[in-house]
Design a protein around this ligand. Structure first.
Ligand SMILES: [Zn+2]
Length: 336
């Protein structure tokens, strides 16, 4: 099953923000899949397209501090979005942001985030029902308990995990995060929660790990809280990436087999992805496909239902990563 949100997702340029988030990668992926003979004919069996609504405040409050949630839903929304997308630098100047070029209000991005989180929640339930759902959105793994971070005002991964744990007949969820950036928000929000086991394979240095040990208010920075399994990849270690992934996934087997795995299949480790802060891992198209097939084979070997989300994807080529994996997956004549 592939879930695609039909509500509009404008390029970030429409908000006056110079970040290469195009908003079109889901649509491009579906178009490419529908142009593939053998997959096109079976579209009714695998494609679900709909306009998503916004995730409820109650679901957000299961994960985030209620005072922070109140700011997002109130007049402080614009200030919180400005911080989360790093639109003002330490000197008070606009950073990759030109309000005069904006055609839409910044707080639209919060509504968009809530639709994205709703998609992750719905896709999690679809994955439980059908064994596999790839949601063409989601993956806001930097969202922290009481603040937004790294373009993520809220953390849809933990929102969805908590939702299925509360409402479905399962006792644990694994989060397998192979985005280029560490899943720091997910690790921090689930620290000490044995029902959500986190795996993150990411750049060994750079953002978010290069932040100070403490926040401006003196608290320890939660970005440094480890995942249950962390697999750091140093610059130039592309050839070892798959071997390290295999070893890291095996380490997950120390935990009981869960009722659901959530995979953050970020496209930003791809060499043609355009986010500068993800440039320390440059996997080829073939290596990206092997990454995704390795995770898929691992989960199938343990018969774990899987929800995939897009996570980081920047610039005009990242949709190719999702398309290659899904073409492979949907071409396989299995019942999954
Ligand atoms: Zn990323």
């Amino acid at each position: 099953m592939v879930l695609n949100d039909l509500s509009p997702r404008y390029p970030f340029a429409e908000y006056g923000i110079d970040i290469p988030i195009l908003g079109s990668n889901g649509r491009k992926t579906v178009e490419a899949l529908l142009a593939t003979p053998g997959i096109l004919e079976r579209r009714e069996q695998w494609l679900l397209e709909k306009e998503l609504t916004e995730v409820s405040r109650e679901r957000i409050e299961r994960v985030h501090e209620s005072a922070y949630v109140a700011r997002l839903f109130g007049e402080a929304c614009e200030a919180e979005i400005t911080k989360t997308f790093e639109l003002i630098d330490e000197n008070g100047a606009y950073h990759r942001y030109d309000p005069a070029a904006a055609r839409r209000p910044l707080c639209d991005l919060f509504d968009r985030t809530r639709r994205s989180a709703q998609g992750t929640v719905e896709a999690a339930h679809l994955a439980l029902k059908t064994g596999f759902c790839f949601y063409l959105g989601g993956g806001m793994h930097h969202g922290q308990y009481d603040f937004g971070s790294g373009f993520c005002p809220i953390n849809d991964i933990v929102i969805a995990a908590r939702d299925v744990l509360a409402t479905a007949d399962i006792t644990s969820v694994w989060v397998i995060d192979v985005d280029a950036h560490k899943g720091d928000g997910t690790a921090a929000l689930t620290d000490g929660d044995a029902s959500i086991v986190t795996f993150s394979q990411h750049m060994a240095s750079g953002w978010p790990l290069d932040q100070p040990e403490t926040l401006p208010d003196g608290r320890p920075n939660p970005s440094h809280i480890p995942s249950d399994v962390d697999v750091p990849i140093g610059e130039g270690e592309e050839e070892e990436y798959l071997m390290k992934l295999r070893i890291g996934l095996d380490a997950l087997k120390a935990h009981p087999v869960p009722g659901l795995a959530i995979v953050l299949a970020g496209a930003d480790p791809y060499e043609r992805d355009e986010l500068p802060s993800a440039s320390q891992i440059k996997l080829s198209a073939a290596q990206m496909l092997q990454r995704d097939l390795l995770v898929d084979a691992f989960l199938r070997s343990l018969q774990i239902p899987a929800l995939y989300v897009m996570a980081g994807n920047y610039g005009p080529h990242s949709w190719e990563v999702y398309t290659r994996f899904l073409t492979h997956f949907l071409s396989r004549a299995t019942s999954r």
